[in-house]
Ligand binder design. Sequence first.
Ligand SMILES: Cc1cc2nc3c(=O)[nH]c(=O)nc-3n(C[C@H](O)[C@H](O)[C@H](O)COP(=O)(O)OP(=O)(O)OC[C@H]3O[C@@H](n4cnc5c(N)ncnc54)[C@H](O)[C@@H]3O)c2cc1C
Ligand SMILES: *[C@@H]1O[C@H](CO)[C@@H](O)[C@H](O)[C@H]1NC(C)=O
Ligand SMILES: *[C@@H]1O[C@H](CO)[C@@H](O)[C@H](O)[C@H]1NC(C)=O
Ligand SMILES: *[C@@H]1O[C@H](CO)[C@@H](O)[C@H](O)[C@H]1NC(C)=O
Ligand SMILES: *[C@@H]1O[C@H](CO)[C@@H](O)[C@H](O)[C@H]1NC(C)=O
Ligand SMILES: *[C@@H]1O[C@H](CO)[C@@H](O)[C@H](O)[C@H]1NC(C)=O
Ligand SMILES: *[C@@H]1O[C@H](CO)[C@@H](O)[C@H](O)[C@H]1NC(C)=O
Ligand SMILES: *[C@@H]1O[C@H](CO)[C@@H](O)[C@H](O)[C@H]1NC(C)=O
Ligand SMILES: *[C@@H]1O[C@H](CO)[C@@H](O)[C@H](O)[C@H]1NC(C)=O
Length: 513
Amino acid sequence: MAGRILLGVLAFAVSATVGQTCRETKVAVLGAGLTGIEAAKSLSNAGVTDFLIVEYNSDIGGRVAHTTFGQDANGNPYTVELGANWVQGLGTPGGPQNPIWVLAQRYNLSNTYSNYTSIETFSSTGANDFTSLLNDFDDAYAYVEQDAGYILTEGLQDRSFRSGLSLAGWKPQRDMAAQAVEWWEFDWEYAYCPEESSQEFAIVNYNTTFYQFSEENNYVWDQRGFNTFIKGEAYTYLKPNDTRLLLNTVVTNITYSDNGVRIDNADGSCITAEYAICTFSLGVLQNDDVTFSPALPAWKQQGIATFSMGTYTKIFLQFPSDQVFWDTSYQFLLYADPYTRGYYPVWQSLDAEGFLPGSGILFVTVVDNESYRVEAQTDDETLAEVLAVLRLMYPNTTIPEPTAFFYPRWSLEPWARGSYSNWPPGTTLEMHQNLRANVGRLWFAGEHTSAEYFGFLQAAYTEGQAAGDVVAACVNRVYAPEAYYENLRGSTTPTEYNATNGWIVSSFLTYGF
Ligand SMILES: Cc1cc2nc3c(=O)[nH]c(=O)nc-3n(C[C@H](O)[C@H](O)[C@H](O)COP(=O)(O)OP(=O)(O)OC[C@H]3O[C@@H](n4cnc5c(N)ncnc54)[C@H](O)[C@@H]3O)c2cc1C
Ligand SMILES: *[C@@H]1O[C@H](CO)[C@@H](O)[C@H](O)[C@H]1NC(C)=O
Ligand SMILES: *[C@@H]1O[C@H](CO)[C@@H](O)[C@H](O)[C@H]1NC(C)=O
Ligand SMILES: *[C@@H]1O[C@H](CO)[C@@H](O)[C@H](O)[C@H]1NC(C)=O
Ligand SMILES: *[C@@H]1O[C@H](CO)[C@@H](O)[C@H](O)[C@H]1NC(C)=O
Ligand SMILES: *[C@@H]1O[C@H](CO)[C@@H](O)[C@H](O)[C@H]1NC(C)=O
Ligand SMILES: *[C@@H]1O[C@H](CO)[C@@H](O)[C@H](O)[C@H]1NC(C)=O
Ligand SMILES: *[C@@H]1O[C@H](CO)[C@@H](O)[C@H](O)[C@H]1NC(C)=O
Ligand SMILES: *[C@@H]1O[C@H](CO)[C@@H](O)[C@H](O)[C@H]1NC(C)=O
């Protein structure tokens, strides 16, 4: 299975382009998100200090990104997170700790426990208590979870999460309150609806994080920005103004072979490397933002095309602090639109104890198809829709004009092309291993290459370190290519759940094999 790419032409492509001298390095780390920063840290720890980190943006952090928004009573702007916002799964005393939680504490990130029972529910006629449906969903979920364990241990065919829910007796159909509850429990986490998600691997993903560490999510509101911890990690091995970090550098072409890798950038510069680790998102790979030479092999293209890139859009509003109209004792508001599932469903108040009290900041999240719709609209169009929903939620209240309004457009960012990855129904570890495996001396790593933590920051952390370790071993003459599969099959055999196929962390769960 282990791959070899036989391409005689590449030795020449990598070494010689007439009239241009490329910067040389042992390892090119492509991207300075958490994966790239952890990969270079592993290289550095293994004594491989001859590396370059190449990054599109002007700062470290990738999808952990913030902006200034609105202002406080003294005219100072607030910082809000546009990408990752939670540490998901913390840890228990004496038990395994989420590495992200360890780092959040090391860098003193201000954060607060997200209390999911602190929720007020609404329909289009105002407050409307349908919280009992949350318990109904949880009962069905417990069945889906066990059923997913059975699919895994018996090596059975996967199905959609929707099928799993139906078999468990959860059938929301035209009950829009039930649809809103389902969105809150599922789509809000996976950035896809249950029809578009794998039953088995959605549960694997939940179990690995929340049953290994803990079922808590802590919301980070640090005014220095969540990426403080990624910068902290970077500067454990980089010097200030380290010339090994190339910011504002857009990679356009990657030429790979069994002998090396050449990187060409939009500014005309180039790099030749013995090895490279590409940490660009699944969305970037799917969108052909970067050209690979030679074209990626069929099995690799299948790996990239099989998985999906979700979009999660947070829409921020600031209201005058003396005209806050929502009940600030709740952390969450859940809205059930009468016609459209996923239409401005989950609202979070930052004007709350433990967050940014007095800020007047409220934000609403949409995902998937509603994200694409909203991200294609102008700010004014979206603001009008958002205010119309608030008028339905608070029928006898004058909703003031917001003093600030902003949302990112993740699906359109050429360096992200979405928010985080998801596994469609019927996927297998072999299919995923094709997304993960190297081609020649080019390795791939990112949240999307983690079979168990995909989507979460802990995915980027563990996959970055793993790729850095493997490539450091290669530099030190222990070449260890990844497995890949030319011919795919419809389910994963129980014995395949091992490190060869990227199944690294779930050994803590006893599946009975
Ligand atoms: C809206 C949103 C909410 C999220 N919420 C959470 C959360 O609450 N908790 C959680 O754990 N996770 C969350 N995530 C997921 C988390 O942010 C990601 O899993 C993680 O940051 C991915 O890190 P990465 O290094 O793999 O990828 P990235 O951070 O995308 O790093 C890749 C880097 O490559 C660079 N790059 C791309 N193309 C090029 C190019 N052509 N040339 C040069 N450089 C390039 C990018 O600029 C980027 O810096 C969220 C993500 C989003 C977007
Ligand atoms: C975090 O806070 C502690 C206690 O205030 C302090 O000793 C430590 O230096 C801080 N660490 C960082 C990285 O700011
Ligand atoms: C969470 O919120 C609920 C409802 O407001 C409250 O009863 C409970 O005490 C809160 N839990 C924690 C840990 O703050
Ligand atoms: C998920 O965890 C539940 C509860 O421990 C278990 O019953 C189930 O088998 C697990 N499923 C998977 C796919 O890991
Ligand atoms: C790093 O660069 C910045 C901006 O160019 C400069 O202000 C700073 O003094 C430099 N720091 C060091 C340690 O050289
Ligand atoms: C990079 O790829 C583009 C698009 O395929 C191509 O036009 C260009 O010639 C390539 N550049 C290099 C330096 O290979
Ligand atoms: C998105 O999908 C939901 C079903 O999950 C549907 O109700 C809604 O109308 C869709 N929105 C768009 C913009 O297609
Ligand atoms: C709004 O006002 C109308 C008319 O006074 C009243 O019937 C209705 O109950 C009020 N709705 C709410 C949510 O307070
Ligand atoms: C993982 O399983 C596959 C298929 O059963 C096997 O070929 C491979 O050697 C195993 N790898 C490890 C590390 O056990």
